[in-house]
Design a protein around this ligand. Structure first.
Ligand SMILES: NC(=O)C1=CN([C@@H]2O[C@H](COP(=O)(O)OP(=O)(O)OC[C@H]3O[C@@H](n4cnc5c(N)ncnc54)[C@H](OP(=O)(O)O)[C@@H]3O)[C@@H](O)[C@H]2O)[C@@H](O)CC1
Ligand SMILES: Nc1ncnc2c1ncn2[C@@H]1O[C@H](COP(=O)(O)OP(=O)(O)OP(=O)(O)O)[C@@H](O)[C@H]1O
Ligand SMILES: [Mg+2]
Length: 321
């Protein structure tokens, strides 16, 4: 791997992480919202949303189904949980008109909040219910209308792979596929298999064909591209592959992307791409935290242990004072 490909993740973390300042008010360090959480999955949206707070965001919301909400609330009083999304079983006896009205209501409720957020994370633990995914498509269109950045992960990638137009040519979209999700995306968009020999060139082509979205391809090395540049993050992480680490990553990308956007909007001389910076910072921090958690917990390392190490890992790179 060439040295120019490997990003200096620690420098990026130092660049984008804002200093703590008594003059700043609640909200200025970031307000993020996770769209995810259904009957099957409550852990994934929790991991994404709590990671955002642990890194330093001020407010973290979760928009999930009615069944998932009390469960997610009970994991943490820190999260603001909206029991809004509906699955097909709720509407099984509804007419077309009643379904349309319910969708309008769901999207209308999200619309009330959306302008307050700095970034959305769409997909952790969302599930694949068709009625629910239709609503989420409309939420993505709403986010695009407000020029709100969003990170698409998990089942959000299932949705996007089947409806590419939702992200096509939206430079504020970040996709964070794992090995499987990437395979499906490459097959759908490039109509070929994953190229293991030239992963950087294929990733660049994929991001370019998608009109300049940013893609963070997760794996032994994380590879990041927006169709122009390609960067990698290969810092040593952990040999534990417990589920949920991708969810930490998606919540973290949302925070670092928001911070990078804030930084760049205040410094016209900075020409870096905030989505690329956000991905590098998030990947670097997750790997540091995973490594630290593994030294403490070895084989029993869980996603919650990695989340508990996010603060200490960031402190080691950007001390709070
Ligand atoms: N606690 C929770 O609530 C969590 C909920 N989550 C939520 O679950 C939803 C579905 O997400 P997902 O990641 O399970 O779906 P997908 O990518 O289709 O993988 C399915 C199967 O693919 C395989 N496989 C995976 N990686 C591979 C690899 N590197 N190399 C080779 N094979 C690989 C592996 O199959 P197996 O090896 O078991 O045959 C795996 O089981 C989504 O909403 C997500 O957010 C998770 O975030 C976890 C924590
Ligand atoms: N083989 C690997 N070696 C080292 N680190 C890895 C490896 N695979 C993934 N990772 C790290 O774990 C993070 C999460 O990637 P992973 O492929 O587990 O996501 P995921 O399948 O979406 O996770 P989740 O279970 O949350 O859905 C990546 O950003 C990367 O830093
Ligand atoms: Mg995942």
């Amino acid at each position: 791997m060439s040295s120019t490909l490997e990003a200096d993740a620690e420098s990026v973390l130092r660049l984008v992480t804002p200093s703590l300042d008594l003059k700043r008010h609640k909200g200025q360090a970031g307000k993020i919202a996770v769209i995810g959480g259904c009957r099957e999955y409550t852990g994934a949206p929790y991991f994404a949303a709590i990671s955002a707070l642990k890194i330093g965001a001020d407010l973290s919301h979760v928009f999930c189904t009615k069944d998932a909400a009390p469960v997610i609330k009970s994991y943490s009083p820190e999260l603001i949980v909206h029991p809004l999304l509906e699955e097909s079983y709720t509407v099984s006896n509804f007419s077309e008109e009643e379904r349309r009205k319910l969708q309008e209501k769901v999207v209308g409720e999200v619309d009330k909040w959306i302008e307050r957020f700095d970034c959305l994370v769409i997909g952790p633990g969302l599930g694949r219910d068709p009625f629910l995914l239709e609503c989420v498509s409309k939420i993505m269109l709403l986010a695009r209308k407000f020029n709100l950045p969003f990170v698409v992960d998990g089942d959000g990638l299932f949705l996007v792979t089947n409806s590419i137009d939702l992200v096509n040519s939206y430079p504020l979209a970040v996709l964070t596929p794992n090995v499987n999700e990437y395979k499906r995306l490459v097959l759908k968009v490039l109509n070929c298999e994953v190229d293991e020999e030239n992963p950087e060139d294929q990733l660049r082509s994929l991001a370019k064909v998608l009109g300049g979205v940013t893609i963070l391809k997760k794996g032994r090395s994380d590879l990041i591209s927006n169709g122009e540049i390609v960067k990698s993050v290969s810092i040593y992480g952990s040999p534990r592959r417990c589920g949920g680490q991708g969810d930490i990553l998606s919540g973290s990308v949302a925070v670092f992307l928001s911070w990078a956007q804030q930084l760049i909007s205040g410094h016209e001389s900075l020409s870096e791409n905030p989505a690329i910076l956000g991905c590098i910072a998030a990947s670097g921090l997750l790997r540091k935290a995973a490594s630290l958690a593994f030294t403490k917990h070895k084989r029993s390392t869980l996603t919650s242990d990695i989340i508990a190490c996010l603060g200490e890992s960031l402190e080691g790179i950007c001390p709070a004072s």
